[in-house]
Design a protein around this ligand. Structure first.
Ligand code: PLP
Length: 377
């Protein structure tokens, strides 16, 4: 039996979403075409857009579909930078533990003439609102801070950050890939842009969405046709968007029970792992995250062993694994390079039962003990 504990990387496709997608995989009809086939496809996209608008708590026209959370975050940040003049407001603030889809834009932003500053985090990956208050001024065009960190699960004070940003007339982007659909509405955060990704909430891969507040201006990154109100050209992936819409509605309406189930399994796992060092107090994290270290034990060695023993876990962001670099998230939290290479992320999902969590903890403990013992021998 395999126990999948890497839900922060991607989640299984919801059967309801798969079923809804199926007819669209074989449908011929471009949503931009005026004939019946095209209009039918457009109506299906509109239904999904309604689902996202409800979950964001925004207008239908404020939801844009694209290819990924990565593209949504690129459009929010780079699209904003291109739509403004750095001589008006020349600074952009990014959280130091943002996903690479945010941080790796810094070089291009600098080429455009913007000064990019990183907001520091504490040892648990939390951005203290005071550090934003210290850094922000009337020259800041945009601040981008995720709602929760993908590696550590640390929940950020999004509402407080939004409040401070508004005081300075600064635009605010929230990467909500790890939390959407949640009970938070875009107005609770006073966000101008929120990027999300369907495969993190049981939708298909390669469907992202961006909430963009009416009245904000974005420069499109993909130009061509007039899809997505001329902000994102390219014929839409109807089947994917339909699946994303169904997953969004399903997760939003089952959220409370899902969170409870996931948290129970995660807490059971954590309780049984008493010998590990926990990177973040569980109460400060998302309900499915458990980030630990076994000091002196390299994460990669343990992960390879766990994979053989039937457990899928990770050391951090899926798109960075395989890179020899230590996690930029842990480095930003103040860990040494060696410590950062010890970080292990277990992320729970709706199909992980308490008994699976217990079994996983047993295997993790045993594997860690055996690797340590073999080193001492
Ligand atoms: N932002 C965060 C916080 C993520 O965890 C991820 C994916 O791991 C992304 C953005 C990128 O999303 P996508 O995989 O849809 O490009």
């Amino acid at each position: 039996m395999r126990i999948y504990l890497d839900h922060a990387a991607t989640t299984p496709l919801l059967p309801e979403a798969r079923e809804a997608m199926e007819p669209w995989l074989g449908h011929t009809g471009n949503p931009s075409s005026l004939h019946q086939e095209g209009r039918k496809a457009k109506a299906a996209i509109d239904e999904a857009r309604e689902a996202f608008a409800d979950a964001f708590g925004c207008l239908f026209a404020e939801v844009l579909f694209c290819s990924s959370g990565t593209e949504a975050a690129n459009l929010a940040i780079m699209g904003t930078a291109l739509a403004h003049d750095p001589s008006d407001r020349r600074r952009i603030l990014l959280g130091a533990t943002e996903h690479h889809c945010v941080l790796h834009q810094a070089k291009t932003l600098a080429k455009l003439g913007y000064q990019v500053d990183l907001l520091p985090v504490d040892r648990e990956g939390l951005i203290l609102p005071e550090s934003l208050s210290d850094a922000i001024d009337e020259n800041v065009l945009l601040v981008s801070v995720m709602s929760a960190n993908n590696e550590l699960g640390t929940i950020q004070p999004s509402q407080e950050i939004g409040r401070i940003a508004k005081e300075f007339g600064t635009l605010y982007h929230v990467d909500a890939v790890q939390t959407f659909p949640s009970s938070a509405r875009v107005d609770d955060w006073q966000a101008d842009f929120v990027s999300v990704s369907a495969h993190k909430f049981h939708g298909p891969v390669a469907i992202g969405a961006l909430y963009h507040r009416a009245g904000t201006t974005l420069h499109p990154l993909a130009v061509g046709g007039s899809q997505e109100r001329e902000l994102r050209a390219g014929t839409e992936n109807v089947a994917g968007i339909v699946g994303a819409g169904v997953a969004c509605r399903w997760v939003a309406s089952h959220r409370d029970e899902l969170e409870k189930t996931i948290k129970l399994s995660r807490d059971t796992f954590a309780q049984e792992l008493e010998s590990a060092t926990f990177s973040v107090t569980l109460a400060a994290t998302l309900p499915g995250h458990c980030h630990i270290r076994y000091p002196g034990l390299d994460a990669e060695t343990l992960l390879i062993r766990l994979d053989r023993e039937g457990i899928a876990a990770s050391s951090g962001a899926a798109c960075s694994s395989g890179s020899l670099e230590p996690s930029h998230v842990l480095i930003a939290c103040g860990y040494s390079e060696g410590e950062a290479k010890e970080g292990l992320r277990f992320t729970f999902g709706k199909d992980v039962s308490v008994s699976m969590a217990r079994e996983a903890a047993r295997i993790v403990k045993q594997s860690a003990d055996e690797i340590r013992a073999s080193r001492q021998a």
